[in-house]
Ligand binder design. Structure first.
Ligand code: MN
Length: 494
């Protein structure tokens, strides 16, 4: 990534860190490697299936046998273009594959086929929301490249092994501008990027499997000063670790500078267990890799019709969906963003909200359903109360069949027994009591039993809630709270 500040508004100093000698601004840029969702590798027909026997998904091309020629996988190209469109980025109709030369035992070619000066996708943007503030983060580029194999050191005390299953798998390297200013913003950026990739279906975003990982570039400076020397923390593989890496690295650099030292540009690794970064090697420059166009591959070219075809097939993306949810269902920005964070939950919400009040459906989903899902460590797909069942419960609340309190009880019964909510309400006699005679009897009993409270409520009307609560309790939660309240007000003369 280039070491220059962006011109965007994102550059205003905020989120400053305190040091011993004053405040510091943290500058973060991310290079995210996202595995392209594709059955076959970038330049061979070998499978990309995760978890296969070591070295079982390896073609002669992936093993770099002499004389083998790479052949571009058109689906990977289409996925990169779709991703570029989803990031509202410049699509380059002509791009070039280059060889990035380095030696490593898990790289039998002795070079990685990547893109250097002419990537397939140019500048784009991602919007993030942090603490209620929306910020636009610049994307510098997206390029296609091959993954390397994997070295295995922990199987034998004397030997290391190489598994080439990953060798040649297509990656998209998505490079941000140095527009991020805090661990929180870096985490929000990666979360949003992952959401967009999942909506597009171009990467599954599974960080545990290494299908998405980030190189985190961090530097610090006095607010408004020139950019400082940055360090790159390689291959951070969870959102939580990205936050820890930023915080640790910023603090480390501030301490060095405040002690009179200088930052050495270097590549560092992140120790997951300790939450620390450690020096790996001094940072190599682009010229160390002796990039040159791969003579085995022609420039990658396509026309506008190819791009237009992919554009037409794009799904509704998270930002657009959020805007539509706010307009169509009257949701707050926060509720809408919670629901669109996963496409699955957004689709589920629309089924729950069908024929119902959108706000009520969103509240129900976020508080009751998500609350229970988090508590039980399950997912929407496997939750025992279905979309249809939740829709039915919300319907019964809005037409007055049950109260909100009873609805929670019905939800709990449905969750633990798998019974149908409408059947639960019928069979268990949970229908709201709207029989005024029965409600009046309960209200009268409470008034008679509490003469002191009756005196108090006349001076302090906020005490009415206590009477409503008692009446509701006596009815087993089945009385209509509005009717109870109205009746109490009439009887107490308030
Ligand atoms: Mn890369």
């Amino acid at each position: 990534m280039q070491n220059k500040a962006s011109t965007s508004a994102a550059n205003k100093p905020n989120n400053l860190l305190k040091g011993a000698t004053g405040e510091w601004e943290v500058i973060i840029g991310l290079e995210v490697h996202a595995q392209v969702a594709s059955k076959a590798k970038l330049f061979s027909g070998a499978s990309t299936t995760f978890g296969a026997e070591p070295n079982s998904n390896v073609s002669l091309v992936d093993a770099a046998m002499p004389g083998m020629l790479p052949a571009i996988n058109g689906e990977c190209v289409a996925q990169a273009v779709r991703t570029g469109l989803g990031l509202k980025a410049q699509i380059n109709k002509r791009s070039i594959f280059d060889r990035k030369n380095y030696f490593y035992p898990d790289l039998p070619q002795g070079y990685q086929i990547s893109q250097y000066k002419n990537p397939i996708v140019g500048e784009g943007t991602i919007e993030i929301d942090v603490d209620g503030v929306t910020k636009v983060i610049g994307i510098e580029r997206l390029h296609l490249e091959q993954d390397a194999g994997k070295s295995i050191h922990d199987q034998h005390p004397d030997y290391s092994y190489v598994d080439l299953n990953r060798s040649g798998v297509a990656l998209m390297e998505i490079v941000s501008r140095p527009d991020l200013r805090s661990a929180k913003e870096a985490q929000a950026y990666v979360t949003k990027l992952r959401t967009i990739l999942r909506y597009l279906g171009t990467c599954d975003g599974d960080m545990e499997k290494g299908n998405m990982r980030a190189d985190v570039n961090v530097s610090v400076r006095r607010p408004g000063a020139e950019l400082g020397t940055r360090c790159e923390v390689k291959n951070v593989n969870s959102i939580r670790f990205i936050g820890q890496a930023v915080d640790y690295e910023a603090r480390r650099q501030i301490d060095i500078i405040e002690d009179g030292g200088t930052i050495r540009q270097e590549t560092r690794l992140f120790d997951n267990a300790k939450g620390e970064t450690r020096s790996m090697r001094s940072k190599e420059e682009a010229h160390d890799y002796r990039y040159f166009p791969d003579p085995d591959l022609l420039p990658l070219e396509f026309d506008q019709a190819f791009i237009d075809g992919l554009q037409k097939g794009l799904p509704e993306l998270p930002d657009e969906k959020k805007a539509r949810f706010m307009a169509q269902y009257g949701l707050s920005a926060y509720d809408a963003s919670v629901l669109v964070a996963e496409k699955e939950s957004a689709d589920y919400f629309e089924r729950v909200a069908k024929g119902r009040d959108g706000k009520a459906a969103a509240n129900w989903m976020i508080n009751e359903l998500f609350g229970r899902i988090n508590k039980e460590g399950t997912t929407i797909a496997t939750a025992p109360v279905s979309d249809v069942a939740n829709n039915a419960i919300i319907g019964m609340i809005s037409d007055g069949t049950i109260s909100g309190a009873i609805a929670k009880k019905v939800f709990d019964i449905a969750w633990t027994t798998g019974r149908d909510p409408i059947e639960i309400v019928d069979t268990d006699g949970l229908k709201q009591v709207t029989d005024m005679g029965a409600i009046e009897k309960a209200v009268d009993a409470i008034i008679t039993a509490n003469p002191d409270k009756v005196e108090q409520v006349k001076l302090k009307p906020s005490m009415l809630g206590w009477f409503v609560g008692q009446a509701m309790k006596q009815s087993g939660g089945k009385a209509n709270p509005q009717q109870v309240s109205d009746l109490l007000k009439a009887k107490l003369g308030i």
